[in-house]
Ligand binder design. Structure first.
Ligand SMILES: Nc1ncnc2c1ncn2[C@@H]1O[C@H](COP(=O)(O)OP(=O)(O)OP(=O)(O)O)[C@@H](O)[C@H]1O
Length: 293
């Protein structure tokens, strides 16, 4: 079943094309990743899927869980956001109301989608258990949880609402290495067990190589190459993709000049050989924030 279908999507801001995706099909249980340099249009494409591009000139066709997003009334869009497609951001704590316990927050979100009382409590507890969090976390405030816990809570919120698609924008780049691997493991398990579909925006080629089935490589607001991750990341056809991949060891050498112990430490669980190196380098780009747990 196709959950996201994009055809000839073009987003213009101030007359300039800032993001364009000619074709994307995402089925249940699959993961498509948008990769590319900063400003290439990845986040804009993700926001288009959620119908969150007020003020932009958007053309083409975006169908999410049967809803024609670019032509749907705001009321319908509000219904699909959360209940069908959940957005997971780089720093979920920033998006959580600091004055509200996580349990309250989740129950309010459920109430907006018509689930209340004991059913909401049960749904919340099940969802946090599904991402391997102790239900006790529902009594805590956002500042009382780690970055990794907050990210798992954001995923749990998506599960509680019954979302079949998670749209994740750099979901691990604000987290430290061990926690990144935990989040990746949770996302992979949910795909396998629940058939969750994942639309992933990431700078992190290591993350992409471990979770994505398909990859779209974006540059200057367009897609320069698309195909199965196993092919695109090992035998890239486009010079830009080759540059992107070639930059990884090169940047590693640069970073080693500044950090003599750069290759120390144990390999990360859950990363394929070579991926750890790619992660370290790509994870140091502009959007990376200070790791926290
Ligand atoms: N609201 C806006 N107003 C003006 N320009 C915008 C707006 N939103 C995005 N852009 C421009 O659109 C282009 C694509 O931005 P986008 O955030 O989609 O890129 P990205 O690939 O996700 O980059 P990054 O990884 O840095 O977030 C950029 O040139 C950006 O400056």
């Amino acid at each position: 079943m196709t959950l996201i279908e994009i055809r000839d999507l073009e987003v213009r801001i101030g007359g300039r094309v800032v993001s364009g995706v000619p074709e994307l099909d995402l089925a249940a249980g699959r993961c498509t990743a948008l990769v590319g340099e900063s400003g290439s249009g990845k986040t804009t494409a993700l926001l288009a899927v959620l119908g969150l591009l007020d003020g932009a000139d958007v053309t083409g066709r975006v169908v999410v869980c049967g809803v024609d997003v670019l032509n749907a009334p705001e009321k319908i869009l509000r219904e699909i956001r959360g209940a069908k497609v959940a957005l997971v951001l780089q720093s979920p704590q920033a998006a959580l109301n600091p004055a509200m316990r996580l349990g309250t927050l989740m129950r309010r979100a459920l109430a907006r989608h018509g689930v209340k009382g004991a059913a909401a409590r049960a749904r919340a507890e099940q969802a946090v258990a599904d991402v391997l969090l102790d239900p006790e976390i529902l009594r805590r405030y956002p500042h009382q949880v780690s970055g990794g816990q907050a990210q798992r809570f954001a995923i749990a919120l998506a599960l509680a609402l019954g979302a079949g698609v998670v749209a994740a924008d750099e979901p691990t780049s604000a987290l430290d290495v061990t926690v990144q691997a935990e989040i990746v493991a949770v996302l992979r398990r949910l795909r396998e067990e629940r058939g969750l579909a994942l639309l992933l925006v990431s700078h992190d080629l290591a993350l992409v190589s471990t979770v994505a089935d398909d990859v779209l490589v974006m540059k200057d607001g367009g897609v320069v190459e698309a195909g199965p991750a196993a092919r695109v990341l090992t035998a890239p056809a486009h010079p830009y993709t080759r540059d992107l991949l070639a930059a990884v060891p090169q940047m590693r050498e640069q970073s080693r000049e500044h950090r003599p112990d750069a290759d120390g430490g144990e390999p990360d669980p859950g990363l394929r050989p070579g991926a750890r190196r790619a992660r370290r380098v790509t994870g140091s780009r502009r959007r990376r924030r200070r790791p926290h747990r």
